[in-house]
Design a protein around this ligand. Structure first.
Ligand SMILES: Nc1ncnc2c1ncn2[C@@H]1O[C@H](COP(=O)(O)OP(=O)(O)OP(=O)(O)O)[C@@H](O)[C@H]1O
Ligand SMILES: [Mg+2]
Length: 470
């Protein structure tokens, strides 16, 4: 607030005698004084000079004091300048009108000089304090905004950490379980499949031998003949090799599942390793096979693979597999939902499909993996919240709303990539992951050249031999 001589008072009056009396008096009191003889010129001067206070006459030619005051209060520039009305009228209604228009006080003519000075000083002081208060308030608001921003940032970091913890826990539990199961299944399966091959050889040899006997002794006697009929030897001879074939198929499938479990659970690596993306997707599909196959409500979900020629990708394989798992599981959920309103036959005519497409970007720098379904699709409202933590449209117990936010974090933060979604209601959904092939991470060794990667690929990417279950 200006003090003493630097404070400026604008006198607005059309009467020269009034002006002179006030002018001389205020000058004497060491104020800087400006004069306006009409409402219009008062507004102009107030805009230009920003006086500290305005003494405003009510009765003037042109716009009167009330209108002048209304216009001053309506402008951002002059709104906060205190206005004191000067009125010869003793009508209390006019005083009230002035105050309602935003004036801070009024003085009646003829003036008592001491009174004018006292009111003037009071309002100058008040206005100075108000200004300081506003400044303090602004400062305070600024500080509050800064603190709020900091708090919001901390909250975000906390949520991220929480998400990471959940993800780590989920992954390590799932990984341990899968790796353990894979390992447990692997030993007996190897044992069975090794013996089945032998058993197949033995059975074939025995059958051959039997045939030789039968050819050499076409009439083996009554007892043997009767026994052959009893055990239906013809059928047995024909069925036994088939049965062994089926057993072999079963154990092969078991072996595939146990390998996939171990490939899928490669969440063990603390640094990125060069990996075969297709191997990760395939192992995920095998683990989700039970959800893809036919059930009494719908035919099997068709999985269409359109794999491109991908180079090995430097990544955390266990985490990327988790992303594939989330995307494919969501696609299955979306297909289950759209199937609810359709009959088995209707679905058969327009089959449920998941298309998994992979491609490599320009100059082999990025790879894209797209998971597309022809399920229920989603509204723009859902699409805009997809990646929000805990956002789910699924029933309690069915969805936690973490799948996509975790996936996004894995793709964006851990692999410097992008995860996007294209979808509309009834049009299915397509999720696209784009990640760089080589990605230097802070604190991690620099990525290898493509040639080095290719050289190492056979060793590292065989995947099946490097899982934790070995
Ligand atoms: N392929 C899809 N088609 C239609 N809607 C989808 C698809 N994928 C995701 N959504 C929508 O996005 C929401 C969030 O998915 P997200 O995977 O994050 O959580 P969720 O599947 O509900 O639960 P969970 O934590 O078990 O994965 C889903 O509830 C669903 O509404
Ligand atoms: Mg999900």
């Amino acid at each position: 607030m200006k003090t003493g001589q630097t404070q400026t008072i604008l006198i607005v009056d059309d009467n020269p005698t009034n002006i002179k009396v006030l002018f001389d008096f205020l000058k004497e009191c060491a104020y800087k004084v400006l004069v306006a003889k009409s409402g219009e010129s008062a507004i102009e001067k107030a805009q230009q000079a920003s006086p500290d206070l305005i003494l405003l006459d009510v009765m003037m030619p042109g716009i009167d004091g009330f209108e002048t005051c209304r216009r001053l209060k309506a402008s951002d520039v002059t709104e906060s300048i205190p206005v004191i009305f000067m009125t010869a009228l003793s009508d209390p209604l006019d005083k009230v009108k002035g105050l309602r228009l935003g004036a801070v006080d009024y003085i009646t003519k003829p003036f008592q000089q001491e009174e004018v000075l006292a009111r003037l000083q009071l309002h100058l002081k008040l206005s100075g304090m108000t200004k300081r208060l506003a400044e303090q308030n602004e400062l305070l608001e600024q500080r509050v905004a800064e603190r709020t921003a900091k708090l919001a940032q901390s909250l975000k970091e906390l949520q991220q950490t929480q998400l990471q913890l959940v993800q780590k826990e989920k992954m390590s539990l799932l990984g341990q379980l899968m790796a353990g199961l894979g390992h447990e299944i692997n030993n007996p399966v190897n044992f069975i499949s090794g013996n089945i091959n032998l058993a197949q050889e033995y059975v074939e040899a025995l059958l051959q031998h039997l045939q030789l006997y039968r050819d050499a002794f076409p009439d083996p006697g009554e007892e043997i003949q009767e026994h052959a009929e009893e055990i239906d030897l013809e059928y047995l001879q024909e069925d036994l090799p088939k049965m062994i074939g089926t057993l072999k198929e079963g154990t092969d499938r078991l072996r595939q599942i146990s390998s996939s479990m171990r490939v899928f659970s490669r969440a063990d690596t603390s640094a990125k390793v060069a990996c075969n993306i297709h191997e990760g997707i395939d192992s995920t599909l095998i683990i989700l096979k039970h959800r893809l196959k036919e059930n009494n409500k719908r035919p099997a979900i068709e999985v269409i693979k359109e794999y491109g020629d991908l180079p090995p990708v430097n990544c955390f394989p266990g985490q990327l597999n988790q992303v594939f798992m989330n995307l494919i599981a969501n696609a299955i959920d979306a297909l289950e939902e759209s199937s609810q309103e359709l009959s088995y036959q209707e679905i058969k005519a327009n089959p449920n499909q998941i298309t998994i497409r992979t491609s490599v970007g320009k100059q082999n720098e990025t790879v894209a993996i797209s998971v597309k379904d022809n399920g229920i699709g989603m509204s723009e409202e859902v699409r805009s919240q997809l990646f929000d933590q805990l956002f789910t449209t699924k029933a309690v117990g069915k969805g936690t709303g973490l799948g996509l936010s975790i996936s996004q974090q894995i793709v964006v933060e851990k692999h410097h990539g992008k995860l996007s979604c294209i979808s509309a209601p009834g049009q299915g959904a397509e999720f696209v992951i784009v990640i760089p092939v080589n990605q230097p991470d802070r604190g991690e060794p620099a990525p290898e050249s493509a040639a080095q990667l290719a050289k190492r690929q056979s060793g590292i990417c065989s995947g099946l031999s490097s899982g934790p279950g070995n």
